[in-house]
Write a protein that binds this ligand. Structure first.
Ligand code: COA
Length: 276
């Protein structure tokens, strides 16, 4: 794995990294990059099968792994997942608050419950994780990495629910960096751009739309889950000891041109889906 060609292989040895929603996609990619540098890894998600298969990949990289079935909307479930993680692997040094839900839906068609569901998973779920991990992070002078999205910076059509949730996450991240700095806890966000082969991209840019969007990224390609993992490793590492309250955009420049092309492409896709 590329990260261990550049960072010390034992950089996170003896440290526990907890990734919410770590069973697949970008979040598993993040967990794997920490695993390659010696971290103990805990992951939670809603389905044990997904967690089991992720745990196998993480153990193959040499990590000690703990899995917990927990929905981030359920604060008590997270509290008990973090307590069990502490017993199994020691206190959490890095929390990656990454669990998210998304779908394309024009605002006028979105139900109040649809809006609430995404805000509950993304924003409330991230707060729940940070709040439940606080005591352990205080003990380790640890850090939090929130996974945000371009929609936090730029409005994207059919993403009113996600934009509201992710903008909330970045504001919350800055407030926590402000409040918890005195406990030695750092907080930062990563904004991933379009990432190859993820559930998110399947949902946001299905089929032909994906090909068109790829050409519009200034670097001319989608990113990889490892590239988000590398950014997370950097933010959690001693190299970032004085970085707190920052949003790190890892998108190949994709958001620089705004969301106009996405809106055009997605409007066409949504019309096709609606049979118009
Ligand atoms: N378009 C419009 N509304 C939708 C929708 C869609 N594609 N999918 C779900 N909703 C609405 C539902 O209709 C429901 O609202 P209602 O009660 O008014 O009908 C509400 O959202 C909750 O849906 P439900 O399926 O019960 O939620 P859930 O908690 O089981 O699942 C989701 C959460 C909807 C976010 C689901 O897509 C999910 O689990 N996603 C996780 C994976 C993911 O999104 N990965 C990409 C991350 S970037």
């Amino acid at each position: 794995m590329r990260v261990s060609d550049y960072f010390k292989k034992d950089m996170f040895s003896g440290k526990t990294v907890f990734v919410t929603g770590g069973g697949s996609g970008i979040n598993l990619g993040i967990a794997k990059n920490f695993a390659a540098l010696g971290a103990n890894i805990a992951i939670c998600g809603r389905t044990q099968e997904k967690l089991d298969s992720a745990a196998e990949e993480l153990r193959a990289l040499g990590a000690q792994v703990h899995t917990e079935v927990a929905d981030v909307r359920d604060f008590a479930a997270l509290e008990s997942a973090f307590a069990a993680t502490r017993d199994a692997l020691g206190p959490i040094h890095t929390l990656v608050a990454a669990a998210a839900g998304n779908f394309l839906c024009p605002a006028e068609q979105l139900s109040a419950n649809g809006f609430k569901t995404v805000v509950d998973i993304d924003l409330l779920g991230s707060f729940n994780a940070a709040r439940a991990a606080f005591d352990q992070l205080k003990e380790t002078s640890g850090n939090i990495i929130f996974i945000s999205a371009g929609m936090a910076m730029v409005p994207y059509a059919a993403q009113v629910h996600v934009g509201a949730a992710k903008a909330g996450i970045d504001n919350m991240m800055k407030t926590l960096a402000l409040e918890w700095g005195r406990y030695g806890i750092r907080a930062n966000s990563i904004i991933p751009g379009p990432i190859e082969g993820t559930e998110g991209m399947k949902r946001l840019a299905p089929g032909e739309a994906g090909k068109q969007l790829r050409r519009a990224v200034p670097l001319g390609r989608f990113g990889s889950t490892d590239e988000i993992g590398q950014a997370a490793v950097f933010l959690a590492s001693p190299l970032a000891d004085y970085i707190s309250g920052t949003v790190l955009v890892v998108d190949g420049g994709q958001n620089l041109a705004g969301s106009g092309l996405f809106t055009q492409i997605i409007s066409r896709e949504l019309q096709k889906m609606a049979g118009k």
